[in-house]
Ligand binder design. Structure first.
Ligand SMILES: [Zn+2]
Ligand SMILES: [Zn+2]
Ligand SMILES: [Zn+2]
Ligand SMILES: [Zn+2]
Length: 369
């Protein structure tokens, strides 16, 4: 895999970082180049690029962090490229534990899914397994979703680390968005099929991945609708929205705030960060659900995005996270660590919540499970 960047002559750390990033950008370009004729290569290259970017982020913290065994680090062998570097899972773990950089659960899930797809292509090239989604349509959509997550990291969360490359990211973004025509064409082609579903009484909603009105609802819950998209083949849950509004601290006009894409007040354009949104909700939503009693905590920690500060409020009848905008989970005080959190009730009751699961796992190991 991505060893193109390794040069035999010794490089400074800055040069290494730079070649790592440039190499990652090269892989994005070749992935886009291959989309038409070699969709499988396209996925492999795209995934390589994600790994290289995660490594670059780790390297920005300290160069030893991208080695698979930091304790055996040796700067000289590193400089000539002789090292075993970390893979996705490890990189994510290290970002969390050492750099205390939490990636959104949806981002992690997406990168892992792409990694699995990549592995199927690389390791089982002669089985027919990989062919299902290795059509241009499937690949475009898969890359779109991954690019969305990567782009957010590179241009928002890690903007400072990658500040020298923002122009390049803009260029790649334009290339990526250029694929929209393809999605649209596929939508038109499949429209009759979508209409048949509608006529048979099924509800069709906007797909959160490809953006087309092609997601056929399979099951509806109080918190949202499980769907399967005819255009891009993605199955997901569209979380039921809320039109609740909050007062802007700057211009004092109300605006609808429960929206992933909102980053500024629509009236005066003052920035609305996650921190600010939590502050505003803290002032507005001062009670929990029907189970809640005066004096108990009413803002829960979110197990989905694991934002450092409790970010889940009881809004419009459902527990709602204003960091990742997921809704509909239950919130309880964990019986093991006492933290007020969201999550799957059974898991929390019999095992642990997201805050104490690492300790619980250790405990089970020590008990010989
Ligand atoms: Zn879709
Ligand atoms: Zn405003
Ligand atoms: Zn969240
Ligand atoms: Zn707990």
């Amino acid at each position: 895999m991505g060893r193109k960047f390794i040069s035999q002559k010794k490089q400074t750390k800055e040069e290494l970082f730079d070649s790592l990033v440039k190499n990652a950008i090269d892989f994005l370009d070749s992935s886009l180049d291959d989309l038409e004729k070699r969709p499988k290569n396209s996925i492999v290259d795209f995934y390589t690029s994600i790994e290289l970017f995660l490594k670059a982020r780790l390297m920005d913290e300290h160069w030893t962090l991208i080695l698979s065994k930091p304790e055996t680090a040796n700067i000289d062998s590193f400089r000539v490229g002789d090292f075993h570097s970390v893979f996705l899972e490890d990189a994510i773990k290290r970002l969390k534990s050492i750099v205390s950089e939490h990636l959104d659960q949806t981002t992690i899930d997406n990168f892992k899914a792409l990694g699995e797809h990549r592995n199927q292509i690389v390791h089982f090239a002669h089985s027919d397994y990989a062919d299902l989604s290795a059509t241009k349509a499937g690949v475009v959509v898969e890359q779109w979703a991954s690019w969305h997550h990567l782009h957010t990291l590179l241009t928002e969360k890690w903007k400072d680390v990658f500040k020298l490359y923002q122009e390049e990211f803009k260029r790649i973004h334009r290339r990526m968005m250029g694929q929209k025509d393809f999605i649209l064409a596929r939508y038109k082609e499949l429209k009759p099929k979508i209409e048949i579903e509608e006529k048979s009484g099924k509800k069709v909603i906007d797909c959160q991945h490809c953006g087309m009105l092609a997601a056929v609802v399979k099951e509806e819950h109080k918190w949202g609708s499980d769907y399967s998209c005819i255009v891009c083949g993605v199955s997901d849950t569209a979380v039921v929205s809320t039109r609740e509004s909050i007062e802007c601290p700057n211009c004092h006009k109300d605006f609808e705030f429960f929206n992933k894409n909102l980053d500024a007040c629509p009236h005066c354009e003052i920035a609305i960060t996650t921190e600010k949104l939590i502050d505003l909700c803290e002032a507005k939503y001062t009670e929990g659900d029907d189970w809640w009693e005066e004096g108990q905590p009413h803002i829960a920690g979110c197990h989905r995005c694991q934002y450092e500060r409790p970010s889940v409020f009881f809004i419009d009848g459902l527990w709602s996270c204003v960091s990742c905008f997921d809704r509909g989970w239950q919130a309880i005080s964990c019986p093991h660590c006492d933290e007020f959190v969201t999550g799957d009730m059974e898991t929390i009751k019999y095992f642990a919540c997201y805050k104490c699961e690492d300790e619980a796992r250790e405990r089970f190991k020590a008990d010989g499970f």
